[in-house]
Design a protein around this ligand. Structure first.
Ligand code: SF4
Ligand code: MG
Length: 327
């Protein structure tokens, strides 16, 4: 089956006092219709910038290279007008805090009907019916009443459901969800993730789910991309990645899956912290924290090593096991 979106060698950088600082580099992945790809890593690893680049929503000071192929076009080369059309229509995004994306001065109904009136050219009556149906689809009871309410009158979980309903209003082929459940309690979080998976089953849309939580990955992903310091360090299907993690960073992340009764997610098993963008100019960006680092890790940027079933690892340890690097 063909890919819905195909990202090749994505690079995003910013200028700092005349020096170009790459914040995303060597990132490639693709998503097929009906597939859930989880992009995972610590906050600051470049996963949100990766998703913003797919939506054409990077700050204007960002420089990009590489390719994001969607429907035969390279999204990195389209102008704002063309990107707006794709955003309103074929790619939808939901964010962590729906309060910032919902407009506080308009009712839920108004905000939900707007994309239907504009993008799908529904009549007012059709838009109303469809909005009610969307609210029911995302599990909101008494949708007629909710249509008349303002965002602040809803609970956090309900606002996130409204956001998902809005994202679905344009019947997207691809849904990008950036930490969509982080602000919610565990029960609501599970409901929202189930909802996204159910909608994926119903509509066949592809989903890119961005998270720092390996528990969320385990529950939702078909494929997983692990990012560290702006780079893709491991990628594979979810069973392979959980059962045979190769990169020391991924292994650390997996050791940090919290107990069910533990509220806080912690990365205790990996001492140290994410380097500042641009601060590590050579070698493996993980070497200061890696318990398995070798001499060459300090000076040589690791190549990609590909195991069975397309399982990719960017770590010198792969060389002994796989042999040649695919760069
Ligand atoms: Fe550790 Fe070296 Fe692999 Fe980087 S390349 S993760 S430093 S072993
Ligand atoms: Mg983020």
């Amino acid at each position: 089956q063909n890919s819905l979106i195909d990202v090749q060698n994505l690079r995003v950088s910013f200028l700092d006092a005349g020096t170009e600082i790459p914040v995303v580099q060597e990132v490639s992945f693709s998503v097929k219709p009906g597939e859930v790809l989880c992009i995972v890593g610590e906050s600051g690893c470049g996963k949100s910038l990766t998703s913003l680049s797919m939506m054409g929503l990077l700050p204007s000071s960002a420089r990009t290279s590489g390719e994001i192929k969607f429907n035969g076009a390279n999204l990195l080369k389209l102008d704002q007008e063309e990107l707006r059309k794709i955003r309103g229509n074929q790619i939808s995004m939901i964010f962590q805090e729906p309060m910032t994306s919902l407009n506080p001065v308009f009712t839920v109904g108004f905000q939900l009907m707007e994309p239907l009136l504009i993008h799908r050219r529904c009549s007012k009556k059709e838009a109303y019916q469809e909005a009610i149906q969307l609210l029911a689809q995302v599990g909101i009871s008494d949708p007629q009443k909710r249509m008349e309410q303002y965002p602040h009158e809803l609970s956090g979980g309900m606002r996130q459901r409204v956001m998902i309903a809005m994202a679905l209003a344009c019947q997207p082929k691809l849904l990008i969800a950036d930490e969509p459940t982080t602000a919610l309690d565990v029960t609501i979080q599970a409901q929202i993730l189930d909802l996204i998976l159910k909608l994926r089953d119903d509509t066949g849309m592809g989903v890119i789910l961005i998270t720092h939580d390996m528990g969320v990955v385990a529950e939702t992903a078909d494929r997983v991309l692990v990012m560290y310091a702006g780079k893709a360090v491991e990628e594979g299907d979810v069973e392979t990645l959980f059962n045979h993690p190769k990169h020391p960073y991924t292994r650390g992340l997996l050791r940090s899956v919290p107990n069910v009764d533990e509220e806080e997610y912690q990365l205790e098993s990996i001492p140290g912290s994410l380097p500042k963008p641009g601060s590590i100019r050579q070698g493996c960006p993980f070497h200061p924290r890696c318990s398995e680092a070798m001499d060459r890790c300090v000076t040589e940027f690791p190549g990609e090593f590909v195991y069975e079933k397309g399982h990719m690892v960017r770590c010198w340890l792969g060389e002994k096991e796989v042999g040649c690097s695919h760069e």
